[in-house]
Design a protein around this ligand. Structure first.
Ligand code: HEM
Length: 427
């Protein structure tokens, strides 16, 4: 595992015995580490990077309850005095070295807003992500996957190819960029920006973020003169024609969010899921014998090896409690999806990968895409990409195997996410 990124590094070991997201032991073994917290209680007190308290919510039922509860908000400005610099989001952005100007963009994000702004933003984009629209995309997603798979042998060295850059990243990047309307020649740049942002390193952020914002402004100006039927054009119309239903900042932040959220996570569902299947040959055989199992398999791979381990912070808008633990107004709450998804109170034998666990037609039985108001907008797209990726990969390359010992697979030490640095396989 790589060394954790600053500013988290400075934080390690500062409060021995208290959980914090930068703890190398938690980063190396989140299932064991966060699982142990879950068995301590439904809510465990820890610290945020700036020393303020964070309540970790660990169990399936409590995680879903909090995510449904409107007394826990995403925008901490709602629970601090107007204009105060004291809210945790501002402190966090300050710590990352983000200039004030960029706080403004973060505040325009769908994820940092609550009703009624969140409702307005979500309504504007959700039309592009309905089940029907996503289903219509399937043939194109299959075509992109097949093209990439056909070219995999070109990237092999001594029979070994890394699936991350040659399959897992380009599939969702191509899909989301086509949907939003990002030109092909700009996609490698977006990929590089995404890679910079997820490191959360202040210097990289300070370099990357302004370049991205500038690029998006230019993109918007250019598209404005020749609108099409892509999502970018639709958002520009909502901004220009439609009574300002989208502000300048919201428009830019939405584009940024969609493109980054649309590929960074899905790529790691594809690699985590592939690694899981390759290390569980009995489960892979089940899937091979019955391709109708794919939707259930993707649910299970999301539960067992989902790429997002925690949500954004929530903040208590009033004095309240979770599972009997008092939470005071303004305090931050971290929902541990990774612990909830392996909660033995909710699942039989939770650490076992079992692709048959999720009967068709039943409600999604995991929290890997979150829950409630901010439930992942792209979940049906991501699931479809997962189904296509696993289905096509194992059909085209039936002999696929890991090229390294499973214990030698390297993961990035980024708190809250579960991502491989590479996935070397033999075709
Ligand atoms: C929200 C996970 C793919 C767009 C979320 C949340 C999670 C999540 C956990 C909720 C965060 C919170 O409540 O704090 C994932 C995973 C993915 C994935 C694991 C892939 C496997 C996508 C894709 C898109 C997308 C493909 C493309 C549009 C969004 C957006 C939100 C969101 C816009 C914010 C929704 C809101 O605030 O209402 N995602 N996501 N995600 N996701 Fe995804």
């Amino acid at each position: 595992t790589e060394a954790p990124a600053s500013p988290l590094t400075a934080y390690i070991g500062k409060h021995p015995g208290e959980p914090n997201v930068a703890d190398p032991a938690l980063l190396a073994d989140p299932f064991g580490g966060y699982g142990a917290l879950r068995e301590q209680g439904p809510v465990v007190r820890g610290r945020f990077v700036d020393d303020s308290p964070v309540w970790f919510v660990t169990r399936f039922d409590e995680v879903r309850e909090v995510l449904r509860d409107q007394r826990f908000v995403n925008n901490p400005a709602a629970v601090t005095a107007e204009g105060s610099r004291e809210d945790p989001l501002t402190r966090w952005l300050d710590m990352l070295g983000m200039p004030e100007h960029f706080h403004v963009y973060m505040r325009g994000s769908i994820l940092n807003n609550d009703a009624p702004d969140h409702t307005r933003l979500r309504r504007l984009v959700s039309r592009a992500f309905t089940a029907r629209k996503i289903n219509d995309l399937r043939p194109r997603v299959e075509e992109i996957a097949d093209d990439l798979l056909a070219r995999l042998p070109e990237h092999a060295e001594d029979g070994v190819v890394d699936l991350l850059p040659h399959f897992a990243y380009p599939l969702p990047i191509t899909v989301i960029c086509e949907l939003v309307g990002i030109a092909e020649e700009d996609r490698p740049q977006w990929r590089a920006w995404g890679a910079d942002l997820v490191t959360m390193e202040p210097e990289r952020l300070a370099r990357t973020f302004p370049a991205m914002i500038e690029h998006i402004h230019a993109l918007v100006d250019e598209r404005r003169s020749a609108l099409t039927d892509d999502l970018l054009s639709e958002l520009i119309r909502a901004h220009d024609d439609d009574g300002g239903r989208l502000s300048d900042v919201e428009l830019v932040t939405m584009i940024l969010t969609l493109v980054l959220a649309g590929h960074e996570t899905t790529a790691h569902l594809i690699t985590n899921g592939t690694a899981a299947l390759l290390t569980h040959p009995d489960q892979l055989a089940l899937l091979r014998n019955d391709p109708a199992l794919l939707p259930s398999a993707v649910h299970e791979l999301m539960r067992w090896a989902g790429p997002v381990h925690m949500t954004q912070l929530r903040f208590a808008a009033e004095d309240t409690e979770i599972g009997g633990t008092p939470i005071r107004r303004g305090e931050a709450v971290q929902l541990l999806l990774v612990a909830a998804n392996r909660d033995p109170r909710h699942y039989d034998d939770p650490d076992r990968l079992d692709l048959t666990r999720h009967p068709a037609g039943k409600a999604e039985n995991h929290v890997g895409f979150g829950h409630g108001m901010h439930y992942c907008l792209g979940a049906s797209l991501a699931r479809q990409e997962g189904e296509v990726a696993f289905g096509r990969l194992f059909a085209r390359h039936p002999e696929l195997s890991l090229a390294v010992d499973p214990a030698d697979l390297q993961r990035a030490a980024v708190p809250g996410s579960w991502r491989l640095i590479a996935l070397p396989v033999r075709l």
